[in-house]
Design a binder for this molecule. Structure first.
Ligand code: FAD
Length: 446
């Protein structure tokens, strides 16, 4: 693709899922992109991640190569049920022996229908590996850790400085540098509490387990279908991540503090998890028995207490977890980053390029306006997710699940869980694209 001089040069900081999706989308639109990742290699953990239908649609609009990577990474429908191709999220009671004559019985509580192929799950590491292959050569620069951004109003370009002493220039910077974002701190200042993530007082334990073993532990039916087991102070979710592996995550409440300067993972053990789930139902305990004896404990941080007041400043903006890191209880943090990327790709470069070509505004002003529009379109929905994720976790983990007299009250939460889930799953990305263009044009005076 030939580039006109008006086509912006964009620097992306951070090569996680969101940064790579953005790089795929912008390069497809002819934008000159440089992506800077601090690590030596791309790394993702071998755990599961899921995307609902509307996120996959957003990926398709950003670049079909992203969906290709998802599928070649081995994604499967979240329910491997040959008789019903729909993807359901099934909530069941995970606590206690619920039938004396059948210790494997668990009461179904809610079945949410995400539609046919409505939820695709994949191993993160395999998806990321295949996503990298979709990025053209020369775009990715590894071992580049951002330390400073200089965005002077009267200068043509923004300057990025790295810890190795090098620097580069770009027309704008899009920071996808994750929950501990350096760019966020640079934009907001080190004194602003919103510069730092906050501990949500939950820890997660994750495992990938061969399906044949899971089947013997919890039964064939549950093995092939996504299930969320709820109970007092903890919950467990599991789903197939490919045709022979289950991804399982246990989330446990933790009243203690977790200092920000401590690594967010610590060594944990299966024994700790089993102790926390001492009185839970037999299938839950059977499944946890299949976790490795030693495993990582993940402290779950988010940006709920001090949300980022603005996602943009000048020619710099924050996208994905850098802007709105969420706890994972809706399974939608990366999905919302994908929606962010679609919003930006709607404006860059077609719209920004067109205006500067017609010499209505400078390239810099076109990009500043695009980032203002992005902030307006995305901030309230994404901050809602951060709050909602904490809220549903409280509902999943109500202490009342342990009190038979309060069980009916505990169960009354599911209407709310349904509404919150559907707000995520039934997002109208086409309307977001229309609103984005309209707002951007108004801003630019067209
Ligand atoms: P990251 O993946 O954190 O990437 C940031 C990148 O920036 C990293 O590669 C990092 O090395 C780099 N970086 C950082 N600082 C610098 C710097 N100064 N210079 C250069 N590079 C830098 N989401 C879903 O949509 N579906 C799910 O099913 C789901 N399940 C989840 C389950 C769990 C247990 C958890 C914890 C999260 C889950 N999420 C899920 C959320 C999802 O994992 C995150 O939202 C997503 O990974 C964020 O991607 P990102 O690219 O914004 O940030």
């Amino acid at each position: 693709m030939t580039r006109s001089p008006e086509t912006p040069e964009i620097a992306i900081v951070g090569g996680g899922i969101v940064g790579l999706v953005l790089a795929a989308g912008l390069t497809r639109r002819g934008v000159q992109v440089k992506l800077f990742e601090q690590a030596r290699n791309f790394r993702e953990i071998g755990a599961g991640i899921g995307f609902t239908r509307n996120t996959v649609n957003c990926m398709e609009k950003i670049s079909p190569g992203i969906v290709r990577a998802l599928r070649s990474g081995g994604s499967v429908n979240v329910s491997l049920d040959q008789t019903d191709p729909k993807a359901y999220l099934r909530y069941i009671n995970g606590y206690g022996i619920q039938r004396e004559d059948d210790p494997m019985y668990q009461k179904p509580l809610l079945r949410l229908d995400a539609g046919v192929k409505g939820w695709e799950t994949v191993r993160r590491d395999q998806f990321l590996d295949d996503l990298v292959k979709e990025i053209p050569e020369g775009v990715i620069h590894l071992q580049k850790r951002l330390s400073m951004i200089v965005d002077e109003e009267d200068q043509d370009k923004v300057v990025l400085q790295f810890t190795d002493g090098t620097s580069v220039e770009a027309d704008a910077v899009i920071a996808t540098d994750g929950i501990k974002s350096t760019a966020r701190k640079l934009l907001l200042g080190a004194d602003n509490p919103a510069s730092y993530p906050q501990y949500s007082h939950k820890v997660a334990y994750r495992a990938l387990i061969p399906m044949d073993k899971v089947s013997a532990a919890i039964g064939e039916y549950k093995t092939h279908k996504q299930h969320m087991h709820v109970g007092p102070n903890a919950h467990l979710i599991h789903y197939p991540v490919n045709t022979n592996t289950i991804g399982a995550t246990v989330v446990i409440s933790d009243p203690n503090n977790w200092p920000l300067d401590k690594p967010t993972t610590a060594r944990g053990s299966r024994k700790d998890v089993l102790e926390a789930l001492a009185n839970w139902s037999l299938p839950v305990r059977n499944l946890v028995d299949l976790f490795p004896e030693e495993l990582d404990q993940w402290a779950l941080f988010d940006l709920a207490e001090y949300p980022v007041p603005k996602y943009n400043k000048g020619r710099v903006c924050l996208v994905g977890d850098a802007a709105h890191a969420s706890s994972p209880h809706h399974g939608a943090g990366a999905s919302f980053g994908v929606e962010d990327v679609l919003c930006l790709c709607t404006m860059i470069p077609e719209q920004t390029g067109q205006f500067s070509r017609e010499q209505k505004v400078s390239k810099g002003d076109a990009l500043r306006a695009a980032f203002e529009t992005y902030d307006k379109m995305r901030r309230s929905r994404t901050q809602w997710l951060v709050n909602s994720s904490r809220r549903v976790c409280d509902l999943f983990q109500q202490p009342d699940w342990a009190n038979p007299a309060k069980r009916v009250k505990a169960e009354s939460c599911f209407e709310e869980v349904k509404d919150r889930s559907f707000k995520i799953w039934h997002f109208d990305s086409g309307k977001m694209e229309e609103d984005t263009i309209r707002d951007y044009k108004e801003r630019i005076g067209m």
